[in-house]
Design a protein around this ligand. Structure first.
Ligand code: AMP
Ligand code: GLY
Length: 423
């Protein structure tokens, strides 16, 4: 089969390395991919948001199956256009991708169907938002309705900061049109868990749980980033929590989307917070999480292409999805300065195998691989236990070099502590 993966980050590289294990694949393409992905797939330079052009390319190049990974093309309807042209896909239609594309949609969905989440109000008028804030307890959480590169969430500690956030989003348009409408929601506390799931609208199969590390600096300090590392499984996600999530959140969400006429087929991501009042949804994503995918897929035992095709054909119930009973740790090697200002264009050298080294931001210059983004590599290791996976991942990191490389030194520390262990 000729398979296309749409996207260009570490997540897509993890999907591609996993798909490559499938015997069914004869040719693997990536639009647009990156210089590192080029080692595992044929990369085609194209804007992933130009969904019509992507679909035309797929038809011309006789693609049998497409995987659309990032939020932007999904929300823009890449799967709709590809399906219209007769190409089966893994990924939701734009009608279903709205679960991530609009926070107001997802909050209203949860309210309507009784799915546990933070209490909230939505606003399209700044004065009304400010008047509401006067009555709120602090801290308070302010979210832009639309996509904002994962940055559209502000946690305000006091009323002044909260009003500044509302002004920034609604008047100053810090997230463009995404902030024209906002959600103001209750601040929750508790361990966070990411659960990715496969669903075809009839069956939902959760993948192994994971833990993201969003802040730039050790001990969860510094700015929010796209993610500085992940571990799987997540120690807080016990069997009883998993059962409760399945009953109160996962299945009700799948059913709610069906009831709304927006059947979700693809990877549905649940960002959860385990509060003292039970698990609550912090966010939905309509796609694989990044960098969660970099720890989840290396633990997958089942053929990924078979699962994805079963999802597209609504036959997920016929597949047994299995994960290795092991642990994984992914350490992001970033450019120093990320997520603010950083330099790029430095050569990356490897004194280790590139298996499970997922390239997020790099380009080729002849046969040299140069840094080309804030997050450069996701370096993953798998081991029998979490401690082993962490040690192996950092050992691998020590064998990869580029100028101005930066990584957190405590990925997995919090998870180990939850197991009562220390690094
Ligand atoms: P999101 O972009 O929705 O994943 O939000 C980014 C981060 O903000 C989450 O991972 C949480 O750490 C935090 N966050 C979002 N919503 C809330 C909330 N209601 N209460 C506390 N923290 C939150
Ligand atoms: N790691 C969170 C996300 O992919 O949005």
């Amino acid at each position: 089969m000729r398979v296309l993966v749409v996207g260009n980050g570490g997540r897509e590289h993890a999907i591609i390395q996993s798909l490559k294990k499938s015997k069914k694949i004869d040719a693997l393409y990536a639009i647009a991919g990156n210089g590192g992905i080029a080692a595992d797939a044929v990369t085609v330079d194209m804007d992933v948001k130009d969904v019509n052009k992507v679909a035309e390319w797929a038809v011309e190049n006789k693609i049998d199956f497409a995987v659309v990974a990032p939020d932007d093309p999904l929300v823009l309807g890449a799967v709709n256009v590809l399906n219209e042209k007769g190409i089966p896909c893994f990924g939701p239609t734009k009608e279903a991708a709205i679960i991530e594309g609009s926070k107001i949609f997802s909050k209203n969905l949860m309210k309507k169907y009784g799915i546990p989440t933070a209490s909230y109000e939505t606003f399209s008028d700044m004065e009304k938002a400010n008047a509401y804030l006067e009555k709120c307890d602090m801290p308070i959480v302010i979210k832009a309705d639309g996509l904002a590169l994962g940055k559209g969430v502000i946690i305000a500690e006091n009323l002044d900061d909260a009003k500044a956030a509302v002004k920034g989003m609604m008047e100053d348009k810090m997230f463009g049109q995404s902030g024209a409408n906002i959600v103001i929601e209750e601040f929750l506390t508790g361990p966070e868990v990411s659960v990715l799931s496969f669903t075809d609208g009839k069956t939902l199969v959760p993948m192994i749980s994971s833990m993201d590390h969003k802040r730039a600096l050790d001990d969860d300090k510094g700015l929010n980033t796209g993610g500085m590392g992940t571990v799987a499984p997540n120690p807080y996600y016990t069997e009883s929590v998993a059962k409760e999530c399945m009953e109160k959140i996962f299945i009700p969400t799948m059913n709610a989307m069906n009831a709304e006429g927006r059947t979700f087929k693809g990877c549905l991501y649940f960002g959860l917070m385990l509060t003292t009042k039970g698990p609550k949804v912090i966010e939905y994503n309509c796609r694989f999480g990044d960098p969660e995918t970099q720890v989840v897929l290396p633990l997958l035992k089942t053929d990924l292409l078979e699962i994805m095709m079963a999802v597209a054909n609504e036959k997920l119930s016929e597949i047994k999805v299995e994960f290795k009973k092991k642990s994984a740790c992914c350490v992001i090697m970033a450019s120093k300065g990320y997520p603010e200002k950083y330099e790029k264009g430095f050569e990356i050298t490897f004194k280790t195998s590139r298996k499970n080294v997922f390239v997020a931001g790099a380009k080729l210059d002849g046969d040299k691989l140069l840094t080309n983004g804030g997050r450069v590599l996701g370096v993953t290791a798998v081991s029998g236990n979490l401690k082993g996976a962490i040690k192996k991942a950092y050992k691998k990191v020590s064998k990869i070099n580029f100028a101005n490389a930066y990584c957190r030194s405590d990925i997995g520390k919090r998870a180990l502590k939850a197991y009562g262990e220390k690094i």
